[in-house]
Design a binder for this molecule. Structure first.
Ligand code: FES
Ligand SMILES: [Fe+2]
Length: 422
């Protein structure tokens, strides 16, 4: 059977288009897509996702070479390096990238490999330096990455300092976030984020403060873990006392953007803070009303998930650690409370969130074991789980379908939703 997927997704009201965010359109999208799910009419079946995608070393090698090193990755907040000379080292997905703020206030990034023999230029995870001096033989670089000091330089006849500066990494910012891309030819971050990025500016993230950073370990492939955060089909079963009391998964809509980004919007049952009965909860006053009315979770390809909420919200990043384990790195953002102690609201907020994450993690290690048993041919996705399909389809597109063994390939059947024009 041939299914016209483009027609399926194109003609649905997408909710947030290129103009101002329109809650009425999100409501219409939720109405249309939920009715479609209830009736079951014209819902196309999605092809299976091969189990081997989560277990094969070939896939892992392809991701290392063609995915992580060739896409924009969220590496941290600008506020982590507020002053000229402040730096941190981004060590995820096999990278070691030095991110440093110059005296001119500009943030730059370099491979953290000395151009003498490749030692780490800085060893600490973060710090402050006027000069970046390699620990091994003391070659020194300024904050712009230029080589400015070489001991016993006469022993390097013909050395041209200007050719042995630190190797730069593309570094651009968005709403207070620092993004890196190891592909020098990459398109600008703004183009990569596209419409999803423009919509996210209405969440007013740029003004928010990092309330807390946490890291969880999942004993499962990073894609097994990410998939669990791309669908709301599991809400009523895994999260009856947490996410399900806030979001109505049966009244929801999905929007697929170019380059693998997407959102999932649901009717809100309650605000997070109302569940906890806390007075004086924070409020992001500049946040657009669409995010108050609807629970909208964005995912930015390849590994970022963020459920936007006016009391504050987490940004989750899934990083591969090994073939069978990953890190869930989380930044919690909230409105700045100025001087003084953090509002007590956050204690109950984090307890609630911990429970929610534990619930999500509860299946993952055993899932990985099942997948690794080799007897699991492939995953069958519900239409409401199509963000997972979109993620995998987009990965194949980026890696290059021809490079992927045929048995692991994802058929390109989904298309990005149209904009609002017309
Ligand atoms: S490796 Fe850095 S100075 Fe020798
Ligand atoms: Fe969940």
């Amino acid at each position: 059977m041939r299914v016209d997927f483009a027609a399926r997704t194109d003609d649905l009201p997408c909710g947030l288009g290129s103009g101002p965010i329109d809650p009425a359109m999100i409501g219409a999208a939720i109405g249309t897509q939920s009715d479609q799910m209830r009736s079951g009419v014209d819902i196309p079946p999605l092809p299976e996702i091969a189990g081997g995608r989560y277990t094969s070393e070939t896939m892992q090698a392809l991701e290392d070479a063609w995915l992580w090193r060739r896409t924009w990755l969220c590496a941290g907040r600008e506020s982590m390096i507020p002053k000229g000379g402040d730096y941190f080292v981004f060590r995820k997905a096999g990278a070691s990238i030095l991110v440093v703020r110059g005296k001119d206030g500009k943030i730059r990034a370099f491979h953290n490999a000395c151009r003498h023999r490749g030692a780490s230029v800085v060893r600490e995870d973060c710090g402050h330096a006027g000069l970046l001096r390699c620990q091994f033989h003391s070659w020194a670089y300024n904050l712009e990455g230029h080589l400015v000091g070489v001991p016993e330089e006469n022993g390097f006849p013909g050395l041209d300092r200007s050719e042995r500066g630190l190797l730069p990494v593309r570094c651009e910012t968005f709403e207070g976030w620092i993004f890196l891309n190891q592909n020098p030819e990459a398109e600008p971050l703004e183009d990569f984020l596209g419409e999803a990025g423009r919509q996210l500016t209405h969440a007013a993230m740029g003004d928010l403060r990092v309330v807390e950073r946490r890291s969880y370990r999942a004993e499962a492939n990073w894609k097994v873990t990410l998939d669990a955060f791309l669908e709301s089909y599991h809400l009523n079963t895994i999260h009856p006392q947490t996410a399900a009391i806030m979001n109505d998964a049966q009244n929801s809509a999905i929007h697929l953007f170019e380059r693998g980004h997407a959102w999932l919007a649901s009717l809100r049952r309650q605000y997070l803070s109302q569940d906890m009965g806390e007075a004086g909860q924070p409020d992001i006053s500049a946040m657009h009303e669409s995010f108050r009315k609807y629970a909208i979770t964005y995912n930015l390809y390849p590994n970022l998930v963020s459920p936007i909420d006016p009391v504050g919200f987490p940004i989750l990043l899934m990083w591969p650690v090994s073939r069978t384990s990953c890190e869930i790195e989380i930044y919690f953002l909230g409105p700045d409370w100025g001087e003084g102690e953090r509002p007590s609201f956050y204690e109950s907020y984090f307890a609630f969130f911990d429970q929610l994450i534990e619930e999500d993690l509860s299946n993952l290690a055993s899932m990985q074991k099942s997948l690794d048993s080799g007897f699991f041919p492939g995953a069958l996705l519900n239409w409401t789980e199509r963000k997972i399909y979109w993620q995998h389809q987009s990965m194949d597109e980026q890696i290059g379908r021809d490079r992927i063994p045929q048995e692991f390939q994802v058929k390109p059947v989904l298309m990005a939703d149209g904009g609002m024009e017309g």
